[in-house]
Design a protein around this ligand. Structure first.
Ligand code: HEC
Ligand code: HEC
Length: 88
């Protein structure tokens, strides 16, 4: 069976839909970013410059050496899609 261009598009579409599905399903039950002395400084960055700007900092502490993720943690490419700020 030849691999057609439309097959690639179809697979890409499925991947996109699955990703959105995972993000949405993670959103509701996921713990929020604490508004404590560690995390409070990210709140204005995230509110004013957006999620991507804030996420750059998460990995400084949340990595396997310092604060390992729970074993069953889902793919962690965009923290703030799942971990919402408090009070939003
Ligand atoms: C300076 C180090 C540091 C940075 C940077 C950092 N964190 Fe944390 N984070 C911690 C520590 C320490 C804890 C555990 C204690 C606490 O709850 O504050 C924690 C806990 C958490 C928790 C778990 C809260 C809970 O309910 O158990 C989440 C979610 C989290 N951080 C998300 C983030 C996100 C998203 C970012 C990036 C915007 C981030 N953190 C940046 C140190 C950091
Ligand atoms: C696809 C959704 C998703 C993404 C993206 C994501 N997480 Fe999580 N995270 C979860 C879920 C689900 C849990 C387990 C349930 C919980 O504790 O909220 C979790 C748990 C955690 C915990 C432990 C919380 C606790 O209560 O012990 C920390 C810390 C954390 N994530 C930080 C991060 C950081 C930092 C990033 C970005 C590098 C990130 N997460 C990206 C969904 C996500």
């Amino acid at each position: 069976m030849a691999f057609k261009k439309s097959d690639g598009l179809f697979i890409a579409l499925i991947v996109v839909i699955l990703t959105i599905f995972i993000l949405i399903s993670g959103e509701e039950k996921t713990s929020r970013v604490p508004n404590d002395e560690i995390h409070a400084r990210f709140y204005p960055i995230i509110r004013e410059q957006g999620k991507k700007a804030g996420e750059k900092f998460c990995g400084e502490c949340h990595n396997e050496k310092q604060i390992p993720f729970p074993k069953d943690h889902p793919p962690k490419f965009r923290c703030l899609f799942c971990h919402k700020l408090k009070g939003n």
